[in-house]
Ligand binder design. Structure first.
Ligand SMILES: Cc1cc2nc3c(=O)[nH]c(=O)nc-3n(C[C@H](O)[C@H](O)[C@H](O)COP(=O)(O)OP(=O)(O)OC[C@H]3O[C@@H](n4cnc5c(N)ncnc54)[C@H](O)[C@@H]3O)c2cc1C
Length: 375
């Protein structure tokens, strides 16, 4: 079988790897720019199914299941490619310094605890016992022991290296302009210079929606970019051992002790650029969590585009109405976390036409007029 994957982010790379592992002979990735340089590069790499949850439900279970795949994935990638993706499951903190923050923490704790999420409540002093460099103003916190992070740029590098070692064909600077549709069957894709035919086609183009043939059928479906600006601080005379969120931002300490901080949530079209206001906002939130960062050297800033679908959930499954075509996008704030499970689902669908993982909530069909009418 010959499979074509359009888009070259963490989702496409994860799907390609899983397909190859399961014996697909020819897998080709077409990427309009450089592999893994859009959202997958810009991300913070947090694995936060619990810290980002507002209760349980299908999306939570999907995220938690994907989180559980990371230890084996990290070991496999290290053995296969020599790249350490720096998986760290030390846990994530959520901290608050104001009356409103305390109310938010209480609310989160009660909703999440009732839903069976593994979360512990901490006093300000207990937070500082875990992280001596957080602000003395922190009054309360939550600890999510099952959450953590990976170095997402290393994850992308490892997946690329794995793809190269396993003869996955990577074509960069190949912008797909349209899909080839013959009698309701998607048989390939066309770039400006070349035509690519395949037995199966997967669209994994992140925030770019042009290739999704909605045919006016999925009225409520829309996919748009939500910009996030981030900054990085050089390693200094400080260290942190957890990812630390507040209601206004987060800091993520990397293995080499440099710290990154994020992120804005902006409707800015396809402008993946930083702005002075965005950087100020992110820096302020980071310094509020950890005042030591005020004197740290900020040596990097960047922005990326999260793929956001109108109901906030990813779109994963077959293209309804067409044969041999699949879609995997809309991973919004959780695409790094969801990359391993998305790879498995897509490989199941391509190889067997079904998957044991329940993706009903993520199929494009949820936007059909009939379904929308029922909800
Ligand atoms: C600031 C920020 C922080 C984030 N933090 C986290 C986090 O901590 N944890 C987490 O889990 N997630 C996080 N995310 C979300 C995560 O980065 C995304 O959900 C994930 O990277 C999406 O992966 P993707 O492969 O779908 O998209 P992308 O990485 O954007 O890849 C899509 C690719 O498709 C290519 N493409 C588009 N159109 C075409 C075409 N016509 N032809 C060929 N190629 C095309 C693009 O060039 C791009 O490379 C963050 C995102 C941002 C922006």
């Amino acid at each position: 079988m010959n499979v074509l994957i359009i888009g070259g982010g963490v989702i496409a790379l994860s799907v390609a790897r899983e397909l190859k592992k399961r014996g697909i002979k020819r897998v080709t990735i077409l990427e309009k720019g450089a592999l893994g340089r859009e959202a997958s590069f810009a991300a913070a790499g947090m694995l936060a199914p619990n810290a980002e949850s507002n209760g349980t439900g299908r999306f939570y279970e999907f995220c938690a299941a994907s989180n559980r795949l990371f230890p084996a994935l990290a070991d496999e990638l290290l053995e296969e490619t020599g790249v350490n993706i720096e998986l760290d499951l030390t846990g994530t903190l959520f901290v608050g310094a104001t009356d409103e923050d305390e109310a938010e923490i209480d609310e989160r704790y009660s909703v999440q605890k009732n839903a069976g999420i593994n979360v512990a409540r901490l006093t300000g002093r207990e937070v500082r016992e875990l992280e001596k460099n957080v602000s003395g103003d922190i009054r309360k916190g939550l600890l999510y022991p099952d959450d953590g992070q990976v170095e997402n740029r290393k994850l992308v590098a490892a997946l690329r290296s794995s793809a190269e070692l396993n003869n996955i064909i990577i074509r960069e600077n190949k912008c797909v302009e349209r899909l080839i549709i013959e009698d309701g069957v998607i048989t390939g894709a066309v770039s400006r210079e070349e035509v690519f035919y395949a037995d199966r086609v997967i669209v994994a183009t992140g925030a770019w929606a042009e290739l999704i043939p909605t045919d006016g059928k999925w009225a409520a479906f829309s996919l748009r970019p939500v910009r996030g600006q981030m900054i990085g601080f050089e390693a200094g005379d400080f260290s942190f051992s957890h990812v630390i969120y507040s209601p206004r931002g987060y800091i993520v300490p990397r293995a080499d002790r440099h710290v990154i901080a994020g992120a804005t949530m902006e409707d800015a079209g396809f402008k993946a650029e930083v702005t002075p206001e965005g950087i100020d906002l992110v820096k302020k939130a980071a310094c509020e969590i950890a005042p030591v960062l005020r004197t740290a050297i900020m040596n990097e800033s960047w922005a990326g585009l999260r793929p956001f679908v109108s109901d906030g959930l990813p779109v994963i499954g077959e293209f309804p109405g067409y044969k041999n075509a699949f879609i995997a996008t809309g991973h919004f704030r959780n695409g790094i976390l969801l990359s391993p499970i998305t790879g498995k689902v897509l490989a199941d669908l391509v190889l067997t036409g079904k998957t044991e993982i329940d993706i009903t909530a993520f199929r494009l069909e949820r936007f059909s007029a009939a379904t929308a009418g029922q909800n």
